[in-house]
Design a binder for this molecule. Structure first.
Ligand code: A2P
Length: 287
């Protein structure tokens, strides 16, 4: 099941795949550029790779040869898997940093190219790290949307909660596109609607905001939570509580610190795989 290929005009993979020559090589099957800072790509999935929606893996490319020895080492970074656990391919959503050691190169990958993927998924943005609750919040900025693109396409997310609210704050409207397209596909893609269930989809609430360009909802999500705007907009009268609310947070260091403070001021405590509680946090990859 290759959702993005069904939905969006990504380039198809060539019929004959290149023979892997890198250690843990996977072949790029699609690439889509959103802005000069953001792109997504899909790769083949190792047959043996099992993961929980929301987890991350180490991916990368071979680095430049060492000037002295001529030896090349893999250049790897942690990337959230943006596709759900049932998908036969793997999707990633990445920033492009022009002088970033990995993304300055990774942004040029094309269909048929190889990347390195270490098949050892880990992470805390998983359902297992949260206690049962009624309302699940996904708070993200920038590429921090990636793990939620995985969880939002996993039927389990809707089975576990009465309401699933995903907030995404970006500088401008173009940077919201990946998330907006994903939400649209969940509501209109035949396969996804069938998988998740049309009635269940009513549980999904999308709350995008921008900070540097005019859009229907402006401001940092942290400010909109603190002044009560979010609750007013969504018709939530009782605010956040440890009894009903669960949260997953993925964004810049600043967002993570500020949201943590807000959640803890409402009595929510940070959980882990070995100690499930009310919220979990991971830093979005930035380099
Ligand atoms: P702002 O424009 O006010 O800095 P970036 O592209 O730099 O990773 O930022 C993504 C989005 O996250 C931007 O809209 C940015 O807002 C917002 N942001 C940055 N720091 C915080 C924070 N501490 N709390 C909430 N949002 C933040």
């Amino acid at each position: 099941m290759t959702l993005m290929n069904d939905q969006t005009p990504m380039t198809d993979a060539p019929a004959a795949k290149a023979t892997p020559t890198l250690p843990d090589a996977q072949v790029v099957t699609a690439v889509k550029h959103y802005t000069d800072r953001l792109f997504s790509f899909r790769v083949t999935r190792p047959a043996s790779l099992r993961f929980r929606s929301g987890e991350f893996v180490m991916i990368g490319l071979m680095g430049d040869p060492d000037p002295k020895t001529g030896k090349q080492r893999p250049l790897l970074r942690a990337y959230s898997i943006a596709s759900p656990s049932w998908d036969e391919e793997l999707e990633f959503y990445s920033i492009k940093v022009q002088d970033g050691p990995l993304t300055s190169k990774l942004q040029h990958v094309q269909v048929g190219d190889e990347i390195i993927l270490r098949p050892k998924p880990v992470g805390t943005l998983v359902h297992d790290a949260l206690l049962p609750g009624k309302r699940l919040w996904f708070f993200s900025t920038g590429t921090g949307f990636a793990p939620f693109a995985s969880l939002l396409r996993d039927p389990e997310t809707y089975e576990l909660y009465d309401q699933v609210i995903v907030t995404h704050t970006c500088r401008d409207v173009a940077e919201l596109t990946y998330g907006a397209d994903l939400i649209e596909s969940i509501k209109t893609d035949e396969l996804l609607v069938e998988l998740i269930g049309e009635e269940t989809l009513a549980k999904l609430v999308y709350y995008p905001t921008t900070t540097r360009e005019q859009s229907p909802k402006m401001g940092r999500i942290t400010d909109l939570l603190k002044d009560g705007t979010v609750f007013k907009d969504l018709g939530i009268e009782d605010g956040l509580s440890a009894e009903t609310d669960r949260a997953m947070v993925c964004g810049s260091m600043g967002l993570n610190v500020d949201i943590k403070e807000i959640l803890e001021s409402h009595g929510l405590e940070e959980g882990a795989n070995s100690d499930p509680k009310h919220y979990v946090v991971e830093k979005a990859f930035v380099g």
